[in-house]
Structures are given as structure tokens and as C-alpha cells.
Design a binder for this molecule. Structure first.
Ligand SMILES: NC(=O)c1ccc[n+]([C@@H]2O[C@H](COP(=O)([O-])OP(=O)(O)OC[C@H]3O[C@@H](n4cnc5c(N)ncnc54)[C@H](O)[C@@H]3O)[C@@H](O)[C@H]2O)c1
Length: 258
């Protein structure tokens, strides 16, 4: 079950954190993986470490791993890099839109009334345009081959109002959820599924002042891990999940959208 042998996956923003966990999980199920990041060294290091780990885990066929450094907000760069990935690994079957947060910038939570409009764009660019650009670059080939899996890593902030200073981030994440729903319906009869995972608070934030008090209100009692999200992506990417589309699934330790 959930065998991804022979499939080709692109995971964006996979040089660290959640994306690195997703790339590892897909590869462990047999998918060849392109590890994207806007920071070239991060993509290369993650791809090298993942390839070394796979080589020692002795599966029957060792999947290929390659670094694919590019900026998801740059449509021309996305088209050209995805063409290169397809030339090296084969056409992309599984797209995981994971790059997010404030993109290459620091995420400084600020209430909308105090936020300079000059700071809006960095959230919209990576969390919404990044998803549009990468989906655009893979969708025609998926339609031709009548198989595809598109998974967008969203956030509870895209579903609920929060007093955390993340309004523009939430607007972009909500936009990506709505976009996935349209892609799901437009392509429902073409073997392509499109879903969003709305994450709760993850253990990739290493500032305990941000996470400590929030961890206490998570029903399961802990932050999420990249492995939690990787497992969900393996399921959604699989043949077995062909009837799962147009969904936004909360992966959040039991927190409910308010
Ligand atoms: N961390 C959380 O608590 C949390 C909660 C809800 C949702 N999410 C979402 O999960 C996803 C992953 O989060 P994370 O905490 O692992 O993030 P992270 O910031 O640790 O890692 C994201 C990676 O994406 C890369 N990246 C940023 N902009 C890019 C771009 N334009 N093109 C290509 N790569 C780019 C970064 O260089 C970084 O390596 C994001 O979409 C985030 O919004 C995270």
C-alpha cells in the first residue's frame, strides 16, 4: 500500500523543515524527488543527505534525488526549472507546494493595522503566486498523462481568524486553499487530485516564546513534526487516494478551525 515507485515528485521549499520531511517520506515510498529551495545550498545539502540515506536503506530500486534550486515566485524560473527536472527524472506526477511563510524574508507577526502595506507582497508572492506558478508548470503534462497529485501545504491561518498578527499570511493561505478546490474540480475527471493540508503549529519554529503557550492548547499535547506531514503527503500522493480530492485536511493535533 502507498507504493510510489516510478513516480516523480517535486517538493518546494524542501531545503529544511516540513518540506525536507515531505521529500524524505515520498522518497522512502519509492518516488524520485526534486528538492526545491530558493536557497541553493539548502536544496543541495538536503538532496545529498537524502540520497545518502536512501543508499543505505537498501530498497529494491533506489529512487533518484536531485536538488532543484529556484524561486517559486519567479514564473519564468519555475517553468525552466521544472523542464529541467522533467528532463532528469521524468515528468512530475506529484507536486507538493510547500514553500511558504514569508518566503526568503523573516516572518515578523504584526497586526494588520500596524503593518506597512509594503510588507503585504512577500506573503502573497510565496504563499499564493508560488502555488499558481508551480501548478501552472505541471498541470498540462498531468492532464496529457491523465494522472497527477497536487498537494498544497496551507495553514489553519487560512481557515480561521487568529489574533497572532498573521492576517496577510492567512489571506494568502486561504487563497491557496480556494485555488486547490477549483483545480480539483476542473481536473476531477482527468485522474488528477488537488488537496490542501492545513497545518497547525509545527516543531520547526525554534523560538519557545512563540510555541510554549500555544503547545498547551493543542489537544494531542505536542507540536506537529515534518514526519506527521510527510505521512499525510504519502497517502494523498498514492494510487489509493484517487477518490480524495477537493479537500482541506487539518493536520493539527486535534485543534478545530474556529
Ligand atoms: N511552521 C509552522 O508552524 C507552520 C504552520 C502552518 C503552516 N506552515 C506552512 O508549512 C510550510 C513549511 O513551513 P516550515 O516551517 O517548514 O518553513 P521553513 O521556513 O522552515 O522552510 C521553508 C523553506 O522554503 C524555502 N523558501 C522560502 N521561499 C521560497 C521561494 N520563494 N521559493 C523556494 N523556496 C522558498 C525557504 O528557504 C525554506 O528553506 C509553509 O508553507 C508554511 O507556511 C508552517
Amino acid at each position: 500500500m502507498f507504493d510510489l515507485t516510478g513516480k516523480v515528485a517535486l517538493v518546494t521549499g524542501a531545503g529544511q523543515g516540513v518540506g525536507a520531511g515531505i521529500a524524505a517520506a515520498l522518497a522512502s515510498q519509492g518516488a524520485s524527488v526534486a528538492v526545491n529551495d530558493v536557497v541553493t545550498e539548502r536544496a543541495e545539502l538536503c538532496a545529498t543527505e537524502l540520497a545518502a540515506k536512501l543508499a543505505t536503506s537498501s530498497p529494491k530500486v533506489i529512487p533518484k534525488v536531485m536538488a532543484a534550486p529556484f524561486d517559486v515566485t519567479d514564473r519564468v524560473a519555475v517553468e525552466s526549472a521544472i523542464f529541467q527536472v522533467a528532463s532528469n527524472l521524468g515528468p512530475i506526477d506529484i507536486l507538493v507546494n510547500n514553500a511558504g511563510n514569508a518566503g526568503a524574508n523573516t516572518f515578523e507577526p504584526t497586526r494588520f493595522s500596524e503593518l506597512d502595506p509594503d510588507h503585504w507582497q512577500k506573503f502573497i508572492d510565496v504563499n499564493l503566486y508560488g502555488v499558481l506558478n508551480c501548478t501552472k508548470a505541471v498541470i498540462s503534462s498531468m492532464q496529457t498523462r491523465r494522472w497527477g497529485r497536487i498537494i498544497t501545504i496551507s495553514s489553519g491561518a487560512g481557515q480561521s481568524g487568529l489574533d497572532l498578527g498573521v492576517s496577510i499570511y492567512g489571506a494568502a493561505k486561504g487563497g491557496s486553499i480556494a485555488f486547490m478546490r477549483h483545480i480539483a474540480i476542473e481536473n476531477a475527471k482527468m485522474g488528477i487530485t488537488a488537496n490542501s493540508l492545513a497545518l497547525g503549529l509545527m516543531n520547526t519554529i525554534d523560538d519557545p516564546t512563540v510555541t510554549q503557550h500555544m503547545e498547551r492548547v493543542i489537544p494531542v499535547g505536542r507540536l506537529g513534526s515534518p514526519e506527521d506531514i510527510g505521512a499525510a503527503c504519502v497517502w494523498l500522493a498514492s494510487e489509493e487516494a484517487e477518490w480524495v480530492t477537493n479537500q482541506t485536511i487539518g493536520i493539527n493535533g486535534g485543534s478545530l478551525p474556529s
